[in-house]
Design a protein around this ligand. Structure first.
Ligand code: GTP
Ligand code: MG
Length: 304
């Protein structure tokens, strides 16, 4: 547990240094007043947490500071941290395997967001929890995509269903889900293409993959997980909306939060959308993924 929090704090260093650490310094040793709240509002607006979350936070702070007679800067930081944790946790839901055949996760997202890497990391994560995991290489658009996923299947030690480049992704998905069912797999992770000739093609293909898998397992077992590159900042919110409308989205995985100053974007996503962040990517290695924990994340935004 300790190393998980340490890793998270290390990963969020740039985000902390550029935004949340500044806030801590802003408040340190000062009394709360309107000028200070204005300064805070400005700082938050310049971060990636978005206008809606900023307004909510400032309003909450004004209210709390009066009601709870909080006037010292350090106490305000604690309130702020709790507000952020509450926003981050508001869409949370518990994930469980329903035991009714394999769960199928369509791993979607724009090109380069980290889908293939995430499939590898998730395979390792669930395998280490004792689950039987299988992965399917349904990105047949990009030449090296299948080979890349084969390497991840070797690293994580899970079975892979693959076909040649150019094969029909939905046909591979059908084979994979059929195999997953007959082999008693708990979780089938389907890696999909991030780019096709047109966006409409891409969405149609994802829909087709979903339709064929529904022939093998109950519809409620098929979940679409969207991978978002955390370094895109505020654009992430509109990207999620596009995917939600087109193919649905049951959960988010935000990648590349290591080494970016834009880690505040998760607050914007949580405030403005109703879909939960489930995992975060903190590097390129097999172990560099964590179940998203709102309280730990809020803590790590402020504390090194
Ligand atoms: N630092 C860091 N890099 C990451 C993370 N996740 C993925 N990457 C890197 O991002 C790049 C793209 O990752 P891929 O997994 O190939 O992305 P993709 O979405 O499958 O890309 P396409 O298949 O081309 O659409 C690779 O260089 C990964 O190593 C992360 O959490 N942190
Ligand atoms: Mg890929």
């Amino acid at each position: 547990m300790f190393s998980k929090i340490k890793k998270l704090r290390e990963s969020l260093t740039k985000t902390r240094d550029s935004v949340f650490g500044k806030i801590t310094r802003l408040f340190s040793g000062r009394k709360i007043n309107d000028d200070l709240l204005d300064e805070l509002e400005e700082t938050l607006l310049r971060s990636d947490i978005g206008v809606a979350a900023t307004e909510r936070i400032i309003e909450n702070l004004r209210e709390h500071s009066v009601r709870e007679k909080v006037s010292e800067g350090d106490d305000v930081i604690r309130l702020l941290q709790k507000d952020i944790a509450d926003i981050l946790g508001k869409n949370r839901h518990e994930f469980t395997f329903n035991g009714n055949g394999p769960q199928v996760w369509l791993i979607t997202g724009v090109n380069g967001s980290g889908k293939t890497t995430t499939v590898g990391k998730l395979a390792n994560h669930f395998k280490s929890e004792g689950r039987k995991v299988m992965i399917a290489a349904c990105d047949t658009f990009r030449a090296a995509a299948v080979e890349q996923l084969v390497i991840w299947s070797e690293r994580s030690g899970v079975d892979i269903i693959r076909a040649q480049t150019g094969a029909d992704p939905a046909a591979i998905a059908f084979d994979a889900v059929t195999a997953a069912k007959s082999r008693g797999v708990d979780l089938l992770l389907i890696d999909t293409a991030g780019r096709l000739h047109t966006k409409a093609n891409l969405m149609a293909e994802l829909e087709k993959i979903r339709r064929v898998t529904e022939k093998v397992v109950p519809a409620e077992n098929i979940l679409a997980k969207l991978v978002i590159d955390g370094t895109t900042g505020q654009n992430a919110v509109s990207q999620v909306k596009v995917f939600m409308d087109a193919v649905g989205c049951d959960g988010l995985i935000i990648t590349k939060l290591d080494g970016t100053a834009k880690g505040g974007v998760i607050v914007a996503i949580a405030e403005e959308l109703s879909v939960p962040v489930e995992f975060i990517g903190l590097g390129e290695g097999l172990e560099d993924i964590q179940v998203f924990d709102p309280a730990d994340y809020a803590e790590a935004l402020f504390n090194a």
